[in-house]
Design a protein around this ligand. Structure first.
Ligand code: NAD
Ligand code: ZCW
Length: 303
């Protein structure tokens, strides 16, 4: 099996590739795209209260005719509209048209969360009430997980995080920490080097490897993420891309390919750092000279 399910720390299993609904908008197009993903063979749908398309996702899930046990549904508590965890999960299962979700995640530790231990207690109640088979988190750093684990009765099964070669060096310690604590990492925005930062070193490295293997660069990046033992959450409105994502599970990258992608990631990360530093330095210099000009105009002696 190409994208093999991954064992979670509560005894359940999670399909290792998911279709995400973040950018689908709402209404009929959102329904059609979830429909298309299910038809193409995705059985793991990743949505969130914040994406405002749980109802459309639910309609597509019902229309698919797939049995509930053959689907894996993740949604997230995003603190939308100031609603608490209990009200939110009741809304989510109603909109998704299910009795329970497979995985319920805290979307972000600093968005609409009173404090991490209180929020996690509310998540534990969702599991105890049978509204979620598993509970987990998203966008948690090591320090956030330490706070959570210090008082948790139920360990989070997963941490869904930003994960692509430009942030690999930064995220590797978090991946290690999660592994050590039995928490599976879920990777989102794995295709950033092609979507938000195209033309950079990782785009070039992935394209070179893709040409050699006669596959697409996006498949190479998904195969790279898969090589780290994470669940990959991706998306597309194009059927052909979705088919490519699923068959990327069969791509075995060599150690040299993986090293080339990571070297390109590290180079891009350094360049991003220099760019950020220069932009800030130029900004500061500009503000400084404007302030000096204003002072001299007003006759204020600052030097
Ligand atoms: N937990 C969180 O905070 C969080 C944050 C972001 C995303 N997510 C989840 O992850 C899902 C996927 O997120 P994403 O959209 O950032 O993921 P992604 O990096 O997988 O990008 C998907 C996009 O890449 C495009 N793409 C694919 N191949 C390309 C190519 N060769 N050139 C240019 N573009 C290409 C697709 O058309 C699609 O629009 C979301 O829908 C959501 O479910 C979660
Ligand atoms: O998950 C995709 C990014 C996003 C959209 N709305 C949010 C609310 C909280 C945290 C992340 C998001």
């Amino acid at each position: 099996m190409p994208w093999d399910p991954i064992q979670l720390n509560d005894g359940t299993k999670i399909p290792s590739v998911a279709f995400g609904t973040w950018t689908l908008g709402n209404g009929q197009p959102a329904r059609d795209h979830v429909d298309q993903a299910l038809e193409t063979g995705f059985d793991h749908i990743d949505t969130a209260q914040a994406y405002r398309n749980e109802e459309e996702t639910g309609t597509a899930l019902q229309d698919s005719g797939l049995a509930r046990e053959d689907l894996y549904i993740t949604t997230k508590y995003s603190g939308r509209d100031g609603l608490d965890v209990n009200t939110s999960i009741h809304n989510s299962v109603k909109w998704l048209g299910v009795k329970y979700v497979d995985l319920y995640l805290v979307h972000h530790p600093r968005l609409a969360v009173p404090d991490i231990p209180t929020n996690w207690q509310q998540m534990e109640k969702v599991k105890a009430d049978g509204l979620a088979k598993s509970i987990g988190v998203s966008n948690f750093e090591i320090a956030d997980l330490e706070i959570l684990l210090a008082s948790a009765k139920v360990k989070p099964v997963a941490n869904q995080i930003l994960f692509h070669p430009y942030v690999w060096q930064r995220q590797a310690p978090l991946l290690e920490y999660c592994k050590k604590n039995g928490i599976v990492v879920e990777a989102y925005s794995a295709l950033t080097p092609l979507t938000r930062q195209p033309g950079g070193p990782v785009d070039k490295a992935a394209t070179q490897i893709a040409n050699r293997l006669s596959v697409k660069p996006e498949q190479v990046l998904l195969a790279w993420a898969k090589s780290k033992g994470v669940v990959v959450v991706t998306s597309s409105t194009k059927k052909e891309r979705l088919e490519g994502y699923l068959s990327a599970g069969d791509i075995e990258l060599s150690d040299d390919d993986i090293a080339a992608i990571e070297a390109a990631g590290a180079l891009g990360a350094r360049r991003n750092l220099v760019r950020t530093f220069l932009t800030r330095a130029i900004g500061l210099a500009l503000v400084g000279s404007l302030a000096l000009g204003a002072c001299s105009y007003l006759g204020i002696d600052v030097l």
